[in-house]
Every structure is written in C-alpha cells, then in structure tokens.
Design a protein around this ligand. Structure first.
Ligand SMILES: Nc1ncnc2c1ncn2[C@@H]1O[C@H](COP(=O)(O)OP(=O)(O)O)[C@@H](O)[C@H]1O
Ligand SMILES: [Mg+2]
Length: 348
C-alpha cells in the first residue's frame, strides 16, 4: 500500500457533518506504512472530535486491501501547507532529512558479498570527497560492525531521543547489530516491529549533512524492501551479484522487484568476478565470464564494475580494516573506486 493511495482515499472523505470544511487528507500531518499497519498523525482542528475522526479514518482505511490495523494519534498544530496545493498530499515518500542521496544495496541471495561491497563502496565514495553514511539494515545478519571493526559497539541517543551514528574511517555508521544484546542473539523481529525499527533507523537518526547514505539491505525481496519502497525517497538501488547462474536467477527477481516498486536500478556490481594470479597478474574468470553483462543488457541496466576474488578482502573484513582503507593501492581497492566514480554520476 503506497502513501499516495492512502491519501487519495482520505481525500474523498468530506467532514462537513462534523462542522469541518477540510477533507480528511487535509488533516494529515504524518503517515507511516508498516507492512499491513498504518500510523497516522492527524491535526485536531477542534477538541472533542477525536473519536469521530478516528472512526472515519478507520472506516476508510480498513476498507483498503491489505490493511489490517490503523493507529491514529492527534496533534494540535495544523499540517504545513507550503509544499503542496490544498487537497494534495504534502508528501508521497519522505526524504531522510539532511541526506541528499539514499542508495540501497541489494542482492538476490546472501553470501554474494553485498555487505563487503557496501562497506568498501562507502569508503571509496568517502575517498572521493563525499560525505557518506552507511546503514546496515540487514536484520538477519548484520555484518557491517565486523567489517568496520565496530563489533560490540552500542549506539547512543541524544536528549531528543534520536540515535547517534558511530563514526569510523570518516563514515557515519549505524547497524542493527549495535542494538542487539549480543551478536549471537538471533534476530526474531518480524513484521511490524521490524518495519518500525527500520523506519526509525532512517528517520530518527542524527545523520547530519550527508551527500549519500548507503543502505545494506537483507538479501531477497521481503518486507524490508517493501517498507522502504512505501515510505522512503530513494535515489535508487544497486544490485550485487556473483557470476554464477544461481545467483543470477535470484538477482533477476530482486531487480524486477525494485522496478515494480518504482525504485530505479542504478546498476549491477559483479563481485568475485575473477581471480588475479599473484605471480603472473593474469585474470582467471573462475565462474565464467560475461554472464553479468548479458543479464544487465537484457534488463537495460548498467554494469557498474567487477570486483576480483581477493583473499585480502575477506581477511581484512574479518580484521575490521576493509581493503579500500587498508590497501588503497591494490587492484581491488581501485575497482571499488572506479565503481564509486560511476555511481557518483547519479549525484548531480
Ligand atoms: N571480492 C571478494 N573476495 C574474497 N572474499 C570476498 C569478496 N567479497 C566478499 N567476500 C567474502 O565473502 C563472504 C560473504 O560476504 P558478505 O559481504 O558478508 O556477503 P553478504 O552480505 O552478501 O551476505 C565474507 O566472508 C566476505 O569476506
Ligand atoms: Mg551481509
């Protein structure tokens, strides 16, 4: 359910019988969609109308397909009128305040190196001079804390109850791993709770001013991706894959999903694409060559670049010193920098 459909439905609901000239949509101050649940903040133009308004909202929204719960709260100040003409929703998807570009890093399945790529790409963008944040939203296996050497760290909140991201290697970093009691705790957050955590992770954070915030998504095409698509303004998504067929079958699904929810796919990154023989410098395409390019051209997306299989990558990740900072002159680090330059073409 997209915010726009919700606002459209509310706009059709007149309130003259309650003595109000506004329609229901004009009272809306904020709306969040969390799976099948909607959180709505309404302006209360007159005291005593709470129950009547709540009942009207529920009647309209519970009639929409896929909505199982509607929470209504009230505020005494009217919604801002600046951005949109009266009767139009003042927002569709929300941008994250202070963040110019939000880019999701997705993959079809786990283990293709999505987190490794997200972290090194963030560092490469930072080396190019951009102000970069990295949000680890992989609720099923947050690995950014390990990769960046932040294992066991916890986040703090300020007086306004907003989360303060950690800083490492010049990046602002937040991970769902910083919130778990211990790293061995299995994440049992499901459904609405998970979605709430994610929207909080984006919006209730002191990101400061960022040129780009990279989002390490869980693999696949689940609830997290859907929640993002419904609530958040993204510049686009990047899909990480390996050249193996299996991975590519899943990555097709992931790519199609991003398209269906109107998130532009900015390109695909081929990870573990080849091995460079340390003696001869020759490249060996262990998993085959050209399959990612074929896929990209079939889907009309761009290959942003290829990263070699490099034992140094995994070694350094385990040590918390990613290759882009640990060995910036290596072929692998240069591959990340070249991808970062291409990606940055979306920032103008
Ligand atoms: N280019 C690479 N060369 C060597 N090892 C890699 C490379 N990319 C990722 N790895 C290793 O593969 C494993 C899975 O990577 P990870 O980034 O955690 O995948 P995902 O986030 O997709 O589950 C990790 O041990 C990581 O260090
Ligand atoms: Mg991961």
């Amino acid at each position: 359910m997209a915010v726009k459909e919700i606002m459209d439905a509310l706009r059709d609901e007149k309130l003259e019988d309650l003595g109000l000239k506004e329609n229901l949509a004009q009272l809306v101050k904020d709306v969040k969609v969390i799976g099948k649940e909607i959180d709505l903040l309404l302006y209360l133009p007159k005291a005593g109308l709470e129950d009547a308004l709540r009942e009207r909202v529920r009647r309209v929204l519970l009639g929409l397909s896929d909505i199982e719960r509607v929470n209504v709260s009230f505020s005494g100040s009217p919604p801002p009128r600046s951005q949109a003409p009266v009767g139009q929703p003042a927002f569709a998807k929300r941008p994250v305040p202070g963040v110019k570009h939000l880019i999701a890093i997705g993959s079809g399945k786990g283990g293709v190196g999505k987190s490794t790529v997200a972290a090194n790409l963030a560092l490469a963008l930072s080396r190019l001079g951009y102000r970069v944040g990295l949000l680890d939203a992989d609720v099923y296996g947050p690995s950014i804390p390990t990769i960046l050497g932040l294992k066991g760290e916890r986040v703090l909140v300020n007086e306004q109850n907003r989360l303060l991201p950690l800083e490492k290697f010049g990046l602002k970093v937040l991970s769902i791993g910083f919130m778990l009691p211990s790293e061995d705790t299995p994440v049992i957050w499901r459904g609405p709770m998970l979605m709430k955590a994610l929207t909080q992770f984006l919006f209730d954070v002191e990101w400061g001013e960022l040129d780009v915030l990279l989002l390490d998504l869980p693999p696949g095409t689940g609830d997290v991706q859907l929640t993002l698509a419904q609530n958040v303004e993204l510049t686009g998504a990047v899909v990480v894959t390996t050249p193996q067929d299996v991975a590519l079958a899943d990555v097709r699904k992931a790519t199609t999903m991003f398209r269906e929810v109107q998130i532009p796919v900015l390109g695909v990154i081929e990870n573990m694409a080849y091995f460079v023989c340390p003696d001869s410098g020759e490249r060996y395409y262990i998993f085959g060559r050209g399959k990612t390019a074929e896929f990209a051209s079939a889907y009309g997306i761009r290959v942003l670049g290829s990263i070699p299989i490099d034992p140094e990558v995994s070694e350094r990740s385990d040590r918390g010193e990613p290759v882009v900072v640990g060995n910036p002159e290596s072929e692998t680090a240069k591959a990340f920098l070249s991808i970062a330059r291409l990606l940055a073409q979306n920032f103008s």
